[in-house]
Design a protein around this ligand. Structure first.
Ligand code: DNO
Ligand code: MN
Length: 395
């Protein structure tokens, strides 16, 4: 697999020369300053690409876009989408003309990954991202006061949510809102509670089937261009793989993935296998999902989670959570072998350590939540060991 590392652009506290030292060779990034829906021009792409090569002394290159965001109107299925589809297609063409031919995106309404804790202390030091079900419930039921939310939680979770809320200070509530919004990358919009209520109102009455239909329309509009230009699109699963704030989620399990990949059967319509996102639902067998859709996986996000009975989960060290990472890496490497044998050009699957614990010299450095240098470097090093062992044993 090609080892890559996510970098959030020149404003990222983690620098390119530091990433060089992780041993990764690929950079995963996006033009985070460009508002959703606008064209990424060739000049802007070339400039960023050159920056990466220059700052890393030619040791790193931009191998994957994460993300080329899908505008909210496309997810909502608003009326005249032609200009937005066209902008997306132009961006794909521009990226391809600069030699960047792999593009990750997601189809999560409004939010990206969602956590209640950005820095849950770990025994022995450092911290991890965490999703606490009762705090999430407290936010949805008692802070956001979303109609119908209470029924979606067990009595036990609700009771603990109420106790948390009753004991919480304004500072606790602000911290929770900030954690929930933190998954939105780059300069994108953050909402306050009133703002969140207002944007959620736009989704009122929109069902899973509606979002699926909007998604298929999007794929039909852009996959032909991806095919023509040799770009591999790869959708990132919903994180966590459950509805958030009642918003329908359509990329949460094998059934959803099958629906998407079958809707437009083309290699250009592919998958980002994110083991941490899919792995947060106990019903998802991540290595089995990887095996089933192996030929359409263009990008692997490798990380692990430890699940709890009430639906809470915490990000574990890369080899330490509930997902059998060795089994998963074997599946991906077997697929690479098949591709090599059948002469497929993309036989190297791009992988990156997805998230890492905040530890050692990153503590207090205020790197992007979930994306410190050392924890991810540790994850990459562990995964590299797994890959080396598998190829030594299996060739
Ligand atoms: C989480 C990431 C996601 C991912 C987007 C892709 O850390 O894997 O935020 O970048 O969902 O569009
Ligand atoms: Mn991911």
């Amino acid at each position: 697999m090609q080892e890559s590392f996510r970098w959030f652009g020149p404003a990222d506290k983690v620098t390119l020369p530091e990433i060089v030292q992780t041993g990764a060779t690929g950079i995963v990034t996006a033009l985070h300053d460009i508002p959703y829906g606008e064209v990424w021009t060739v000049e802007q792409i070339e400039e960023r690409k050159a920056f990466i090569e220059r700052e890393s002394d030619g040791r790193l290159s931009w191998v994957m876009v994460e993300s080329l965001p899908v505008h909210e109107s496309i997810k909502l299925g608003d009326r005249d989408l032609t200009p937005l589809y066209e902008n997306y297609r132009i961006s794909l063409r521009n990226l391809a003309s600069c030699g960047i031919k792999a593009v990750c995106y997601n189809f999560m309404p409004l939010l990206d990954w969602t956590r209640t804790q950005l820095r849950e202390p770990l025994p022995g030091g450092g911290s991890a991202l965490r999703f606490n079900m009762h705090e999430y419930a407290a936010f949805e039921v008692f802070i956001l006061e979303r109609e119908g939310a209470a029924e979606t939680f067990s009595a036990d979770v609700l009771e603990r949510a109420k106790a948390w809320f009753d004991a919480s200070t304004q500072e606790d509530r602000d911290r929770l809102l900030n954690s929930i919004m933190a998954g939105l990358p780059g300069a994108y919009e953050r909402y306050d509670v009133a703002g969140l209520r207002a944007v959620l109102a736009r989704y009122k009455g929109i069902t899973v089937d509606d979002i699926r239909a909007n998604y298929v329309a999007f794929l039909k509009a852009v996959v032909p261009t991806a095919e023509e230009t040799g770009v591999m699109l790869c959708v990132h699963p919903d994180d966590p793989p459950r509805p958030i704030f009642g918003l329908p989620r359509v990329v949460k399990n094998a059934e959803d993935i099958a629906f998407i990949l079958d809707a437009v059967p083309s290699l250009a319509n592919g998958l980002t296998l994110c083991s941490g996102s899919l792995g947060a639902n106990p019903e998802n067998d991540v290595p089995a999902i990887a095996a089933r859709f192996a030929d359409r996986i263009h990008f692997a996000h490798l990380r692990n989670v430890k699940k709890e009975a009430d639906g809470s989960f915490q990000e574990a060290a890369h080899l330490a959570g509930d997902t059998d990472m060795v089994k998963l890496v074997r599946v991906l490497m077997a697929e690479e072998k098949r591709r090599r044998e059948s002469g497929r050009a993309d036989s190297n699957i791009v992988m990156r350590p997805d998230h890492g614990h905040e530890m050692l010299f990153d503590v207090g450095r205020k790197t992007h939540p979930g994306y410190p240098l050392i924890g991810r470097m540790r994850g990459l090093a562990e995964l590299r060991g797994v890959m080396a062992a598998i190829s030594a044993i299996e060739g």
